[in-house]
Design a protein around this ligand. Structure first.
Ligand SMILES: NC(=O)c1ccc[n+]([C@@H]2O[C@H](COP(=O)([O-])OP(=O)(O)OC[C@H]3O[C@@H](n4cnc5c(N)ncnc54)[C@H](OP(=O)(O)O)[C@@H]3O)[C@@H](O)[C@H]2O)c1
Length: 249
């Protein structure tokens, strides 16, 4: 187990997608986990129970990742509860339908940028000081495959969501090399479309006890995150790693 004794916070760990699989995978590797959610506490508690069944400690914490004060408070609670925070994974996000630009009203535009850009800023701002002080840290943001390139996409391609993902990639590429001096790496995993799985499927995938799939599952993104959080990736920083299905290439 590569992450024994580490403490990881995973935002948006209560869903059916990547956040939950990332939380379970970091727990499999030995980390204790802060399970963040926004609305569905009961789902977050089920994830925490699954983590505890693996022999790790889990703390369920409600916070809207777009609220910088709430994220700051969440990191403070995690550091107080576990004595440290070594890993922060920004996975929380909504599922946004593409809209033509004149159809994007200001509230929708702000909501997308709040969850994508403000949330990334809030997590970095809250997590970096403690990691720098301890001289070790891993931050992984979930980006989006080809978000930087979608300007060449078809007219129906979304505009607001990839802008937010591209901003995450920019933050990672800019901050990653700077933070290495503090022993902290900052990277992104950039998936293409990935289908949700049931909790049972997620558990089996984490244990490597599932049939091979032709398309990526949330576990494929989770394995990339776990690698970036390991000692093996100590000098990998500022990277945006695609996790992509064959149909997307
Ligand atoms: N699925 C894909 O095809 C795909 C492709 C590329 C990138 N991504 C990115 O991957 C990440 C995970 O998405 P996913 O599709 O796999 O679904 P997911 O992990 O099930 O994500 C939903 C989770 O995010 C939480 N959440 C949403 N808004 C939040 C907020 N403001 N504050 C705190 N938590 C919040 C939800 O909590 P509650 O349920 O409690 O509200 C839930 O736990 C997202 O950043 C998404 O943009 C997904």
């Amino acid at each position: 187990m590569e992450l024994s004794g580490r403490v990881a916070l995973v935002t948006g760990a209560s869903g059916e997608g990547m956040g939950r699989s990332i939380a379970l995978t970091l727990a499999r590797e030995g980390a204790d986990i802060v399970v963040n959610f926004k609305q569905r506490r009961e789902r977050a508690e089920v994830v925490a129970q699954a983590i505890e069944a693996m022999g790790r400690r889990a703390l369920v914490h409600q916070a809207d990742v777009a609220d910088a004060d709430a994220v700051q408070a969440m990191v403070a609670v995690a550091e107080k509860h576990f004595g440290r925070l070594d890993i922060a994974v920004g996975s929380a996000g909504g599922s946004w339908q593409p809209r033509d630009l004149p159809e994007i009203d200001p509230d929708h535009w702000r909501a997308v940028q709040a969850e994508e850009v403000d949330a990334a800023y809030a997590l970095l701002r809250a997590a970096l000081p403690g990691m720098r002080e301890r001289g070790w840290g891993r931050i992984v943001l979930i980006g989006g495959y080809r978000a930087d390139e979608w300007r060449a996409g078809p007219p129906e391609a979304p505009l607001d969501y990839p802008l937010g993902k591209a901003a995450r990639h920019w933050l990672v590429r800019t901050l990653g090399p700077r933070e290495l001096a503090h022993g902290v790496t900052v990277n992104a995993v950039a998936p293409g479309p990935i289908e949700y799985v049931t909790l049972e499927q997620a558990r089996r995938l984490v244990e490597g006890d599932a049939e091979a799939s032709d398309e990526p599952t949330p576990q494929d993104a989770a394995e990339a995150v776990a690698f970036l959080c390991s000692e093996r990736a100590s000098f990998i920083t500022g990277a945006v790693i695609p996790v992509v299905g064959r149909k997307e290439v």
